[in-house]
Design a protein around this ligand. Structure first.
Ligand code: PLP
Length: 300
């Protein structure tokens, strides 16, 4: 195995809007030695998973969908009643962390904001880390097997119980990882979450895209799911080609009738689903390639 180039880390010192600027050299963040970064043992991100994050793709040096990711970070932070973030500082930190990394075709950036220290003054802890990402071409070529798992909430949970934070990208991803172990126990690669009343939602780290004939469908964004930046970019690319796209309530049974299914996300870009609950799903290789090119090639 070849050694990976080192990750780059930018620690965000001035994460909140309105924090005073400390002199002319204060840009709000510092590039630091990734081996020397430490998180305090009382950081609420560590002790309670209390915080939010974003995962951004960096392709040939360009950070993808930076503005949609920053806006989603702000939305997630607002849902958790975190202080208002200074997105200008976060934008600059993302760009600096990407630019400082040794060139590589695919990098993944993780932008993390926690509630800060237990008993502290409420200033969030924040950083951006950029590291080499697995080549997404492999899943795009081979596809993934998926099992459906009950998420345990109704499809209207975001409306009835907003305190459950469904739809925020919180740091509490233990469940999102546990479902992958359950998928592995069932011999599958990934998961499609389903609401307790039978509607398809999303993967634990990806959005669902379905093709029915010449129409592309994704689950409605008010179902307590994350508004995917990659799904939005895929819809933009499809609409540019004059293809009909729609947000819908999709039962799991309806999903099983799709002419093609994909999981899409910033990290993997696009992966065709080859089986759902052990049943073969038709794979649309030509569209996977077309959409894959559009997603990998986007520079915004
Ligand atoms: N849904 C969940 C739960 C996720 O964690 C992610 C990304 O990590 C997505 C969907 C896809 O979002 P994006 O395309 O912005 O990466």
């Amino acid at each position: 195995m070849t050694a990976q180039p080192p990750a780059t880390v930018a620690v965000v010192d001035r994460p909140m809007r309105g924090m005073p600027v400390q002199g002319p050299s204060d840009v709000g963040y510092r590039l630091v030695d990734p081996d020397l970064v430490t998180i305090h043992v009382t950081d609420l991100g560590v002790t309670r998973g209390d915080g939010v994050f974003e995962g951004l793709g960096v392709v040939d040096g360009a950070v993808q969908a930076l503005e949609p990711h920053l806006l989603r970070l702000a939305r997630s932070a607002a849902m958790l009643d975190l202080p208002e973030l200074d997105l200008d500082v976060f934008r600059a930190a993302c760009l600096a962390s990407a630019a400082a990394h040794e060139p590589a075709p695919f990098l993944l950036q993780k932008l993390v904001v926690t509630r800060g220290l237990e008993g502290g003054d409420g200033t969030p802890t924040a950083w951006v880390r950029t590291a080499v990402m697995d080549d997404p071409a492999i899943e795009r070529r081979d596809g993934i097997s998926v099992v459906s798992l009950d998420r345990g909430y109704r499809h209207d949970v975001a409306e009835t119980s907003p305190w459950l934070l469904q739809g925020a990208k919180t740091l509490s991803y233990a469940v999102n990882k546990s479902v992958l172990r359950e998928a592995a126990r069932r011999g599958a690669d990934d998961v499609l979450f389903v609401s307790s009343d039978g509607y398809a939602l999303e993967g634990p780290s990806a959005s669902l895209l379905a093709r029915f004939g010449d129409r592309y469908t994704t689950p409605r964004l008010d179902l307590g799911i994350l508004a995917g930046t990659t799904q939005a970019a895929a819809f933009e690319a499809l609409e540019r080609q004059g293809v009909t796209v729609e947000y819908a309530l999709l039962t799991l049974d309806r999903v099983r009738e799709a002419d093609a299914l994909w999981l899409v996300s910033s990290g993997r870009q696009i992966a065709p689903v080859t089986t759902l609950d052990g049943v073969s799903v038709p794979v649309d290789s030509a569209e996977t390639e077309r959409l894959g090119e559009a997603l990998v090639g986007r520079r915004r």
